[in-house]
Write a protein that binds this ligand. Structure first.
Ligand code: CUA
Length: 340
């Protein structure tokens, strides 16, 4: 479904939370500290609300005006004991929450043994994902295994962004020249929605991503297949023409594994045929959308850094699309995964 720029991130999150049954409290046995901290804060908030609202309601009821009661009630000026009590109790609550929060912050900063390292770099307006150990690089869609913690090292190549997959974990800012870490784990296979959560320019609301969580065997098969993968030779004349066009027009910015295309300015397109979305999680990856995207990406996503290619004919675009959709690993279809 086409989406407009005015579609602000938070509403999208609320919408997708309703539509996809987002679990607000992650049930993964990783960073449980955050979940229990959230429960503590929730319990305190409910108790405080109950006491304050209850006392207010009681007072309003108890001291309401009676018929014929026109006199001012006795006026009270100051009560040292009460003032001490209502200063001390909130202070105590804040101190308890502070200690709990500080403990949690220290704990979640600890690296997790056996976590899968991934590097995420935010750019206006897409996410670049690199797997230092696997040599894999993807854009907009991050593939992770179920049941293994991942450690995402987050940074930015231009302005400040924020990496946020709400069904899996909290958010972390992507700051140029700095690394922030998010550690989390998916407990079930699925297609998890992610958002940029820091205003970063014209297409901030269009800077989304997906986390594709695969069951262990599928993930291992995926990585194995990727390691052995080289872009398959074009099966049709059209795809072959597409490859030539790609290598002439697109290779300066994009990489396709096993071909002369080695550009790193734009997304790595080695597995483009597996992608569910275009334009970093915004548009469905259909031939129709792909052709529009290549023709003039900024018309679909304001502020897109990819130049327009008005000179390409419809036949050129068809050829490019035939080539790009041939770039995939056999036996994988992420469209079947449940969405969260
Ligand atoms: Cu990137 Cu908002």
């Amino acid at each position: 479904m086409p989406r407009t720029v005015s579609n602000v991130g938070y509403w999208t999150v609320a919408g997708s939370a309703l539509a996809h049954n987002v679990t607000i409290l992650s049930d993964a046995p990783v960073n449980q500290e955050i979940t229990s901290l959230l429960w503590w804060v929730l319990v305190f908030s409910i108790v405080i609300f109950g006491v304050v609202a209850g006392a207010l309601a009681y007072t309003i009821w108890k001291f309401r005006a009676q018929p014929g009661d026109d006199e001012l009630p006795p006026q009270v000026h100051g009560n040292d004991r009460m003032e001490i009590v209502w200063t001390a109790i909130p202070l105590l609550i804040v101190m308890v929450l502070f200690v709990l929060t500080a403990q949690t912050l220290v704990k979640i900063k600890q690296p997790i043994k056996g976590a899968l390292p991934i590097e995420a770099t935010g750019w206006q307006f897409w996410w670049d994902f690199q797997y230092p150990n696997e040599g894999l690089r993807t854009a907009g869609e991050l593939v992770i295994p179920v049941g293994q913690p991942v450690e995402v090292k987050i940074t930015s190549g231009d302005v400040i962004h924020s990496f946020w997959p709400p069904s899996l974990t909290g958010k972390a800012d992507a700051v140029p020249g700095e690394n922030n870490y998010l550690r989390f784990m998916a407990t079930k296979a699925g297609n998890y929605y992610g958002y940029c959560a820091e205003l970063c320019g014209a297409s901030h609301a269009n800077m989304r991503f997906r986390i594709i969580a695969l069951d262990r065997e599928d993930y291992d098969r995926f990585i194995g297949a990727y390691r052995a993968y080289e872009a398959p030779p074009p099966a049709t004349e059209q795809a072959d023409r597409g490859r030539q066009l790609f290598n002439a027009q697109c290779a300066a910015c994009h990489t396709v594994k096993g071909t002369p295309a080695r550009g790193v300015i734009g997304p790595d397109l080695s597995l483009f045929g597996l992608r569910l979305t275009l334009g970093s999680g915004v548009w469905e990856n259909t031939p129709e959308n792909l052709k529009r995207w290549i023709h003039d990406s900024a018309a679909m996503k304001p502020g897109s850094r990819m130049p327009a290619f008005p000179q390409l004919t419809d036949a050129d675009l068809e050829a490019l699309s035939a080539y790009l959709y041939s770039l995939k690993l056999d036996g994988f279809d992420f469209a079947q995964l449940p969405r969260y």
